[in-house]
Unconditional design. Structure first.
Length: 88
């Protein structure tokens, strides 16, 4: 009879371990489903990818710099034209 409590405890431990394994499997399944649903929802939003955003941002920075250079060149040319007109 002294073996019976040990056997019951062993069976109980086995049931707990089995339940933990099932819970882990369920957790992984839920995570997979949620990840799929989230990716599906984000794809519907038509969001811009990070690398595309960075590429357009770099183009804007370059264009702004070129615009500033052209602006200064126009100012210099206008001053030269003004000085030429004053000489005449």
């Amino acid at each position: 009879m002294s073996n019976e409590p040990n056997r019951i405890l062993d069976e109980l431990a086995k049931m707990i371990m089995d339940a933990a394994g099932v819970a882990k499997g369920m957790r992984q399944e839920v995570e997979t489903i949620l990840r799929f649903q989230l990716e599906h929802a984000l794809n519907k939003l038509d969001l811009v990818k990070r690398d595309e955003f960075e590429m357009v941002r770099e183009m804007a920075v370059k264009t702004r710099a070129e615009s500033e250079i052209l602006k200064r060149r126009i100012e210099v040319l206008e001053m030269q034209l003004k000085k030429s007109a004053e000489i005449l």
